[in-house]
Design a binder for this molecule. Structure first.
Ligand SMILES: Cc1cc2nc3c(=O)[nH]c(=O)nc-3n(C[C@H](O)[C@H](O)[C@H](O)COP(=O)(O)OP(=O)(O)OC[C@H]3O[C@@H](n4cnc5c(N)ncnc54)[C@H](O)[C@@H]3O)c2cc1C
Length: 446
């Protein structure tokens, strides 16, 4: 009888990259993880992808789907298992110009999507970085520059085509396998490999975007004033506040409010942005009108040996002041993590908590803390980080999986409230009963 590997070699029409081959080093690593898989499989063909999934299942290998490769937890690669590299699934096609429906390959990056849609005056709110993958970001959320107006990236998803654990090709949408469609909008890579996403895009003009910065000493009032203002600010306005960045002065780093106003009318933009300018003494303001595609940045690849520890939390209205105060206090000390606080709310909150597996709909803010450096520096910084999170814990309501480098049962419980988790486990039992797709914030099958 043929071995699983012999069957793979017979059935798989693409590259099977193994240790020792010239391409192995680049094929096995993602942006944030080295990885040492036994096989990296690469080809743009759903039939071959099915063969790869069947091989991993039959041979008992850990399986990673690799999209844009930006997972903080390194989910796009593994040690000793199989990586299915989706980067060749990168097509972007407008399939219905009246309804603005766009079909996107499961391994495309947001940079590729923006470049293809810009000539049609269309966009999808995704994230802040071009090299991030459509797959990982969408399946777990997608908090981007138009999030308050158009919701999460996954709120704009209308259908997905997937290869499930037994090698079946299925379609999920509101009308086809609705429970699976519910699960993949927040449940990450737990349910199969998406070969194509279909989104309802939105028309876009140029947008106002840039940074409004304040001295570090103003952090407390600026943060609180910004959070208060967001409750009444136009939903065209989305913002990310970054402070305590050790690469910009640590406790003396300016408080930077990066803003995007979705629209090209200068008066409306000024009306939305001026209250932010009045929050304190402005030391930099480079807000300008630019193509939406230029708002996203190219991602950076950290040098070898540099590790990142990223944690995130959602903040409901009643805890906003307390959380911002703790972040401000810690940010004023040497050795603080990089703090980034994002506005959510708006269109995200108008969707019911149980409408998708992303359930943290009522949060006003999502924040993340990041420390980075060589391992000894990370270990030295860890006790202070833990102490900070112990203070935050009673005031934080869950975690955003896309900004989480750890993978514990507590993390999974923070990502999925218990009702969501129960429902996800039932869908998992139906589509992946042997838990083939386990290398993620894993929902075990029920
Ligand atoms: C520099 C940087 C900037 C970021 N900015 C933002 C931001 O602005 N907003 C935001 O919301 N998030 C942001 N993120 C977080 C980002 O959304 C996650 O890291 C996301 O998981 C990356 O997806 P990926 O496809 O690039 O990663 P990968 O590592 O390739 O995949 C991540 C996970 O998704 C699964 N997956 C990927 N594609 C598929 C597919 N087609 N089918 C099934 N499973 C798939 C993988 O198996 C893996 O489990 C950022 C991350 C980085 C590193």
């Amino acid at each position: 009888m043929s071995s699983a590997l012999e069957i793979l070699r017979r059935d798989f029409g693409g590259d099977i990259i193994e240790p020792g081959e010239a391409e192995y080093e680049s094929a096995s690593r993602t942006v944030l993880a080295a990885g040492s898989p036994a096989y990296v499989l690469r080809r743009e063909s759903v039939g071959d992808l099915r063969a790869g999934v069947k091989f991993a299942a039959g041979a008992g290998h850990v399986l990673s789907a690799r999209g844009g490769g930006h997972s903080f937890a390194g989910f796009g690669t593994n040690d000793g298992g199989v990586v299915i590299d989706l980067r060749k699934f990168a097509s972007v096609e407008i399939i219905d110009s009246e309804r603005h429906l766009v079909r996107i390959g499961g391994g495309a990056t947001w940079g590729q999507v923006l470049a293809a849609m810009a000539p049609h005056g269309l966009a999808i709110s995704s994230g802040d970085t071009k090299s991030v993958g459509v797959g990982g970001l969408t399946l777990t959320g997608g908090i981007g520059w138009k999030v308050r107006k158009y919701g999460l990236a996954l709120d704009n998803l209308v259908a997905a085509e997937m290869v499930t654990a037994n090698g079946d090709v299925v379609r999920a949408s509101a009308g086809e396998r609705p429970e699976l469609f519910w699960a993949i909008r927040g449940g990450g890579g737990n349910f199969g490999i998406v070969t194509a996403f279909e989104f309802a895009a939105h028309p876009t003009t140029e947008v106002f975007h840039g940074k409004i910065a304040f001295p570090a000493s103003e952090a407390g009032t600026v943060l609180q004033g910004w959070a208060d203002y967001l409750r009444t600010a136009p939903e065209e306005l989305t913002a990310i506040v970054t402070f305590a960045n050790p690469f910009a002065g640590g406790p003396n780093a300016p408080v930077e409010i990066e803003v995007a106003f979705d629209g090209d009318d200068p008066e409306l933009a000024a009306h939305a942005l001026d209250p932010i300018r009045r929050l304190g003494p402005v030391i930099e303001d480079d807000v300008a009108l630019k193509p939406y595609a230029d708002v996203l940045v190219e991602g950076m690849v950290p040098p070898p040996g540099i590790e990142l520890v990223t944690r995130s939390g959602f903040v409901d209205k009643e805890s906003v002041s307390d959380v911002l105060q703790i972040l401000t206090e810690v940010g004023a000390s040497e050795g603080s993590p990089i703090m980034a606080v994002r506005s959510v709310g708006g269109a995200v909150s108008r969707v019911r908590d149980d409408a998708t597996a992303y359930a943290h709909r009522q949060a006003e803010l999502m924040f993340s803390t990041t420390i980075l450096g060589p391992r000894p520096a990370i270990e030295a910084a860890r006790p202070a980080l833990e102490a900070m999170w112990a203070r935050l814990a009673p005031r934080v309501n869950g975690a955003y999986a896309n900004f989480l480098s750890s993978v514990t049962d507590e993390d999974v419980a923070a990502i999925y409230p218990s009702e969501t988790h129960k429902r996800l486990a039932a869908v998992k039992g139906q589509y992946d009963p042997d838990n083939l797709f386990a290398h993620n914030h894993n929902v075990r099958p029920q």
